[in-house]
Design a binder for this molecule. Structure first.
Ligand SMILES: Nc1nc2c(c(=O)[nH]1)N[C@H]1C(S)=C(S)[C@@H](COP(=O)(O)OP(=O)(O)OC[C@H]3O[C@@H](n4cnc5c(=O)[nH]c(N)nc54)[C@H](O)[C@@H]3O)O[C@H]1N2
Ligand SMILES: Nc1nc2c(c(=O)[nH]1)N[C@H]1C(S)=C(S)[C@@H](COP(=O)(O)OP(=O)(O)OC[C@H]3O[C@@H](n4cnc5c(=O)[nH]c(N)nc54)[C@H](O)[C@@H]3O)O[C@H]1N2
Ligand SMILES: [Mo]
Length: 772
């Protein structure tokens, strides 16, 4: 790192365009410091941008290729030493020779179905250097494929349930109700899990204008009433002027059933809409009325389950029937046990209200959870790296990674199919951090011990890199050129290079190109293009589409010089749901019946008790009890994207005594003798972590919150289940699927106990490079 010759390091203050998942920005060097300024058009930029300056040259970056000592000395094979061993620095040529040899061995001995390249993760903004796209293209074009993962940690349950009942996730979330419609039309917004502006800070691929806060402000000023239903008051911004209904986690379906019961018994439900646009309502109403199970789902029942007073539930139903009502639901509700149910129930409730397809009304899944939703869509395509062909049919629902590695050959259910886990020998990860995203990290460690080889491309020493056998250092976006853009943003950004690579770091593309050459497939991987060639190739897709529409376009050189290209956006037309409402005969929904499915014959036919044929309240299994009296909400962090740049300034400054801050209600703190700023131990039967306590009345009593993203930091890596001294909630969460239908991630909620930590405070080492 001593020989860095940053472009512009002359400190001339020149600001160059760049982009990130958390905003478009400009950056340049002044007095030897990287200065980052938000894009001037952004009305509400994210503080996450300020993670960059400190992160760029932080010691947590990886400087050279590294090989785990045990793997180097003993070769591939299952090994308990993963995550406990030393690393040996090796030259690039040697690292690539070793890796190419191992990839060839696994391919020849076991075939590509022995390689897991699911490689889930957000990577970085930039259409070309997107690491997950790079690794998938490499595995397809060079090795013939890999065992993949389907769906996401974000929306594991909804991605599977929504197509059965209303349509694919994209039209329900991304092309449906816009913020423009809300500002103009919405009378009542029932916001399940809120729409925290810290979450809409982020959009995969980039976002140039954060409009959520100003939109909620404008809507509220016009008279839109926001009701926040959730355990945390600050899941909606002050500007929404929301009423807060405190609800027991995991019980939203019961609340909505209580509203449905009121609608039916007071004849407020839209029978004409249900008859014309839905199927199966007649099988659902008897359940609501208690005719099928003896339990009417009335407001009193719902109240006893969810904690919201019965009169408020009933009144909410009446109010919702009397105005333009929008139901928004955070991703979080379905990232938990039976997460399919609240999503389906919200679809049905909006149907009972007759609101689907009306401007500013109906159900918009995940609105406000992320900055893609509630926007217009780009009218032209944005280039992305072609993935090649994967010849391996095997896949896992993404959050079944530990099961895959621990249960080779064993059966699992998914969306009506019985499948088997493949037998994986080699795991290749680029652009994701399973020690951030996965649950029950002690189990994940065991799972990674079972394979022959774990390969990780990383920019920094994440816990995943520390558990790898071969670690290859990669550039950050600031160290390379790329094109930033997403289909829900009107700016394509020329991401200029701001710095030389850290140490010996290389671009993922360059690494894969060299590996491909060693395996005799360079041309298949690169198609004869270098990075610049690919940027021009990807840009041309957008430019040509604009030209075909008759829009003014820029040549690649002009685009690069200007720093950005303004994209044409589509009409705000409400997408397939509006089209269906306007013309149900000719614009059927892409469901089996072509209508909204209140009852699904397909799902019913699967015979899953944990996901029956209509929305059903299924009590949570993992509920607070004597030993674990508290709920843990493990939600998204305000100060970073997931685990990315945890070592950046905004993230580090939010910690106390180096630990992640957890929040709890003053009453829960008092009962445990915990004061503001105390270090606490959070624990259950799966694991324990330390965090710094902060007392807040923004949480309901009985609920504590610890955001995700603090890097896993084992007190003693030699132990099987060490204490995490930094505050990673995934040592506590459960590794179980949402149901047999979707098998989605359930990391949002679990139960635990919290106590004041009185021992000697262990040091934080998560950001120190490992011994080697
Ligand atoms: N308990 C609990 N767990 C959760 C959640 C929760 O709510 N609760 N939320 C879940 C959700 S919604 C998600 S999406 C996941 C997120 O999980 P991930 O997407 O895996 O998390 P990130 O931290 O974004 O991981 C991206 C990694 O890619 C690396 N990276 C960035 N750029 C590059 C590059 O150019 N090249 C290479 N090689 N690497 C790069 C970063 O350093 C980082 O380590 O977490 C999930 N986990
Ligand atoms: N700053 C920042 N923004 C992000 C991300 C990030 O890492 N950092 N990650 C992005 C990604 S990949 C995704 S998928 C989205 C995730 O978006 P979400 O999943 O919606 O976000 P979370 O913050 O995990 O959860 C939102 C809130 O849901 C509430 N909640 C939890 N359980 C329940 C429940 O049972 N009922 C109700 N009513 N409410 C509940 C909690 O109070 C929590 O604060 O966020 C995106 N935005
Ligand atoms: Mo996500």
């Amino acid at each position: 790192m001593s020989d860095v010759k940053e472009p512009g390091r002359a400190d001339d203050g020149t600001m160059r365009p760049h982009s990130s998942h958390w905003g478009a920005f400009r950056a340049g060097w002044r007095n030897g410091t990287l200065v980052v300024e938000p894009h001037p058009a952004d009305p509400d930029p994210s503080p996450i941008l300020q993670n960059f300056p400190q992160a760029l040259r932080h010691r947590a970056r990886i400087a050279t290729p590294m090989v785990r000592r045990g793997w180097l000395e003993r070769g591939p094979g299952p090994d308990r030493m993963r995550g406990r061993d030393e690393f040996v620095s090796v030259p690039w040529d040697k690292a690539l020779d070793l890796l190419a040899g191992e990839l060839g061995r696994v391919r020849d001995a076991h075939g590509p179905a022995a390689i897991f390249g699911g490689s889930y993760g957000w990577s970085s903004a930039g259409r070309f250097h997107h690491a997950q796209s790079q690794v998938h293209r490499f595995l397809n074009t060079v090795l013939g494929g890999y065992v993949r993962s389907v769906n996401s940690y974000s929306a594991g349950a909804s991605a599977v349930i929504l197509p059965h009942v209303i349509g694919p996730m994209d039209p329900v979330a991304k092309r449906n109700v816009t913020w423009e419609q809300i500002v103009e039309h919405t009378g009542l917004c029932l916001s399940f899990g809120g729409m925290a502006v810290k979450n809409s800070a982020v959009a995969s691929g980039g976002v140039s204008k954060h409009i959520e806060r100003p939109s909620m402000k404008a809507a509220a000023e016009r008279g839109c009433r926001f009701v926040l239903i959730g355990p945390l008051k600050d899941d909606l911004p002050e500007e929404a002027r929301a009423e807060w209904l405190q609800i027991q986690p995991g019980t939203d379906t019961a609340l909505m059933l209580g509203m449905a019961h009121t609608l039916v018994t007071e004849r407020l439900h839209d029978t004409a809409f249900l008859a014309q646009f839905c199927v199966g309502y007649e099988k659902f109403e008897p359940y609501v009325l208690g005719q099928t199970d003896g339990q009417p789902k009335d407001a009193a029942w719902a109240s006893a389950v969810c904690g919201v007073p019965a009169n408020i539930i009933a009144q909410l139903a009446r109010d919702a029937a009397g105005t333009r009502t929008l139901i928004s639901m955070a991703h979080s509700l379905q990232r938990s046990e039976h997460g399919e149910q609240p999503v389906w129930m919200a679809v049905v409730l909006a149907a009972m209200l007759g609101q689907h397809g009306l401007p500013g009304g109906g159900f918009n899944y995940a609105l406000g959870s992320i900055a893609h939703y509630g926007k217009r869509n780009a009218a032209v395509p944005i280039g992305s790296l072609p993935q090649g062909r994967n010849t391996v049919p095997d896949f896992i629902p993404v959050a079944r990674i530990s099961d895959l590695l621990l249960k080779p050959g064993q059966p699992f259910d998914y969306n009506g199919q019985e499948r088997r886990y493949a037998d994986i020998k080699l795991v290749y990860w680029a652009g994701g951090n399973p020690f951030h995203h996965h649950q029950d990290l002690a189990r994940l460690r065991r799972a990674f011990q079972a394979v022959d080889t774990l390969v990780v491309h990383e920019t920094a020493w994440t816990a995943t890199a520390r558990h790898a056998d071969i670690v290859l250092p990669c550039t950050m976006t600031l160290e390379r050129e790329d094109i930033g853009g997403s289909s829900q943003d009107d700016l394509l950004v020329a991401m200029h290079r701001l710095a030389e690579p850290y140490g010996l770091a290389r671009d993922d593309f360059a690494i894969f190109a060299d590996l491909a050459a060693r395996l005799g497939k360079e041309e298949a991987f690169t198609e004869g293009r270098d990075a610049q060639g690919w940027l021009r190739h990807l840009y041309e897709k957008t430019r040509a589409a604009m030209e075909a529409r008759g829009d003014k376009t820029l040549s690649f050189e002009e685009f690069w010089e200007a720093g950005e290209l303004k994209l044409p956006m589509d009409e705000d037309d409400g997408g397939i749901i509006r089209a269906f409402r306007n013309d149900p005969e000719n614009e059927p929904l892409p469901t089996p019946s072509g209508k909204i499915e209140v009852f699904s014959e397909t799902i019913d036919g699967f015979g899953y008790a944990d996901c029956p044929g209509h929305p059903t309240f299924i009590p949570y299994g993992d509920v607070p009890n004597g030993e674990k009296p508290l709920w843990l909400v493990a939600n998204q962090p305000a100060t970073r994207l997931h685990s990315q740049l945890d070592f950046g300034g905004t993230s580090e400054n939010s910690k106390r005594r180096g630990r992640e801050v957890m929040r709890l209600h003053p009453a829960d703190a008092a009962a445990r003798g915990i004061a503001e700023g105390d270090i606490v131990r959070m624990f259950n039967e799966r694991g324990a972590c330390l965090a710094a306590a902060s007392l807040s009345e923004a949480l309901m009593p009985g609920v504590v919150q610890l955001a995700t993203g603090a890097w896993y930091d084992p007190a003693d890596p030699a132990e099987d289940n060490p204490l995490c001294v930094h505050g990673n909630p995934n040592v506590l969460t459960r590794d179980v699927g949402t149901s047999r239908l979707a098998q989605g991630c359930t990391g949002q909620l679990t139960t635990l106990q919290v106590e004041k930590f009185t021992g000697n405070l262990p040091p934080i080492r998560a950001w120190d490079p490992p011994a080697g």
